[in-house]
Design a protein around this ligand. Sequence first.
Ligand code: FPP
Length: 247
Amino acid sequence: MNSSSLSGSFGLDTSMLPKHVAIIMDGNGRWAEKRLMNRIKGHEAGSEAVRTTVRTCREIGISVLTLYAFSTENWQRPKIEITALMTLLKKFLDSEKKEMMENNIRLNAIGQIEKLPENVRKALKKTMDLTQSNKGMLLNLALSYGGRSEIVDMVKIISAKAKDGKIDPDLITDEFVADHLYTAGMPDPDLLIRTSGEMRISNFLLWQIAYSEIFITDTLWPDFGKEELVKIILDFQNRERRFGNVG
Ligand code: FPP
């Protein structure tokens, strides 16, 4: 099958795939509440949806998948919920190592990683080191991530370089800024998906989504599956992206 033919099992045009898909995984709490369950059960079910989504993106041929797993604001949640999320994250990192190696997936993390508990940082480093040469897909977990903090960090780095005379401020371009964000070297997301129907960006990839196509689904994250992801990518393939130009 050549690169421009339809990929049989998904009906997608493989020549028009989004390179980078970013997802705001929302609705775990509501999913659990609807079932009269503890919110943590919703996060557990959400972890399963993470596994399915990673697998599906790899099968489809997505190059970069960024998942908003924990925001800078999520530290304000009850301690018991934070601990549960960190435990689930560690479990995911430990249990998915094998599959990431088998499927040629590289793991990366963006955010204020130093704020994560030590056992999670260690598990992250271990899996990132193990998978560092994998080229099939980059799985980028946004952890203790905030778009504003990322921009503040970028300004600090660039202004320190300017102060030391290492750069000429006149040479600061869009590309230069992008190269000083946590996502340096990655393409901007072509497609941003948010589950649970909320019409918000919630401090996610503020710079990088300037021209992303946005898709909001009412589905709660634990119910998000392969079929819906494929449908959203089909919708993406039918959109006209103009990047501020005329059609
Ligand atoms: C939003 O739902 C979801 C989160 C804050 C965390 C996302 C975490 C997971 C999907 C599971 C663990 C992650 C990995 C990578 C294994 P919410 O709690 O805000 O839901 P609500 O808006 O319905 O309350």
